[in-house]
Design a binder for this molecule. Structure first.
Ligand SMILES: *Cc1c(COP(=O)(O)O)cnc(C)c1O
Length: 384
């Protein structure tokens, strides 16, 4: 894209209703947010447990800053790795029931590090078609043979595995798909990984904190294998920022040596790492919040079953209200905004063509009445 082409290209995005624009929150993240001086009921964050502005977590970070200062000042392999990071890694490994864990500045960085450090030229990576963009970018960057299988289609995956003569094979999936809220068949995927001598890498950005009493998708299915690599972000249900990878100590040692985004990036602020133990305690104690989420999910599914906007099979806080056309989805989102609801319209290329949708993200801080009213209005607007 040349400099002189930018403005025409942006206008084209405008014309096809695909121009992205940001809004600036004038409040902390939560279910009630303020934008341009107006208050909205938000169904738009990944703060599923409502921890992003939790007083105990705020205090933990404040105390962390007092103890550790603000910046880590260096990469982990220099002097950026503190006791706060070390203890957070140990706590995270224990929490998800794995031998070791490694902290990253973001989930995006973690995905790049894991994939590019395990597969390269001559290897193969097998990825679900609906995987998150950061997994896809890791696959591309690795230079391994990048093979995508139809969404949750185990037969297709097995065909690809059977036809591959690559030395190292890695299967990469989202545990919970970020735009549909449905889940990967983890036990069956692990069985295939065993049969074809592959790694199974699962990105649990949306399951951690929510599924398996908060310990995530892998813990919920009670999966354990040295070839299973677990990744979750700390910026969603955990209410913080950053991410971690958990697995065997050998794997973590390898990532410390070969994970480029780990090696060549400044360590996350130690105060955030210091707050991880508080976040884990809040997650462990959040059964009532997860119960509320379950009620909200049930309400969504009951209300939308039998309508043209069924949310599919999602039992997670991601409930898609699939509209189809971009313009229609945008119009609906704007109509809701005028009524004080913030529900994002998700358009291609984030979702497939003709798959534009309103993505309802539920939070444990919503109550069922609020959701019920939102759904009334959504259905009314969509039919009008
Ligand atoms: C959000 C997300 C990521 C990226 O995590 P960040 O910590 O926000 O960089 C990776 N994978 C999935 C499935 C996600 O939803």
């Amino acid at each position: 894209m040349r400099l002189q082409d930018l403005s025409a290209a942006l206008l084209e995005l405008d014309a096809s209703h695909r121009r992205r624009q940001r809004v600036s929150l004038e409040s902390p993240q939560g279910v009630e947010i303020i934008i341009d001086g107006n208050e909205y009921l938000s169904f738009a964050s990944n703060d599923y447990l409502g921890l992003a502005d939790h007083p105990s977590l705020v205090r933990a970070v404040q105390q962390g800053v007092e103890r550790w200062g603000v910046g880590s000042g260096a990469a982990h392999l220099l002097t950026g790795h503190s006791q706060a990071h070390q203890q957070a890694e140990e706590a995270l490994a224990r929490f998800v029931g794995r031998e070791a864990a490694l902290l990253f500045g973001s989930g995006y960085a973690a995905n790049l590090a894991v994939i590019t450090s395990l597969v390269g030229r001559g290897d193969a990576v097998f990825a679900d078609r609906l995987n998150h963009a950061s997994l896809n970018d890791g696959c591309l960057l690795s230079r391994a043979d990048f093979q995508r299988f139809r969404h949750n289609d185990l037969d297709h995956l097995e065909q690809l595995l059977a036809g591959s003569s690559a030395r190292t094979r890695l299967i990469a999936v989202d545990a919970v798909y970020s735009m549909d809220g449905d889940e990967a068949p983890l036990p069956e995927l692990l069985a295939l990984a065993e049969r074809y001598d592959a790694w199974l890498y699962i990105d649990d950005a949306h399951g951690f904190g929510v599924l398996g009493q908060g310990r995530g998708s892998q813990a919920e299915r009670d999966l354990s294998s040295e070839r299973l690599i677990y990744m979750a972000t700390l910026g969603k249900a955990a209410g913080l920022a950053g991410a971690f990878v958990a697995g065997s100590s050998l794997l973590v040692d390898w990532l410390v040596n070969r994970g480029r985004t780990y090696i060549f990036s400044t360590a996350q602020p130690p105060a955030l790492a210091a707050a991880v133990s508080t976040s884990l305690r809040l997650i462990a104690e959040a059964d009532d919040r997860r119960e509320r989420l379950a009620q909200l999910v049930a309400c969504c599914r009951r209300r939308l079953a039998g309508t043209a906007y069924s949310t599919g099979t999602s039992r997670t806080p991601i409930q898609p209200f699939i509209i189809g056309g971009d313009a229609h989805a945008m119009k609906l989102a704007q109509g809701l905004q005028q009524q004080g609801y913030w529900v994002p319209a998700i358009r291609p290329p984030t979702v497939p063509d003709n798959g534009a949708r309103l993505r309802i993200s539920l939070s444990a801080l919503h109550d069922v009445q609020q959701l019920d009213t939102l759904l009334d209005r959504m259905l009314l607007l969509a039919e009008s």
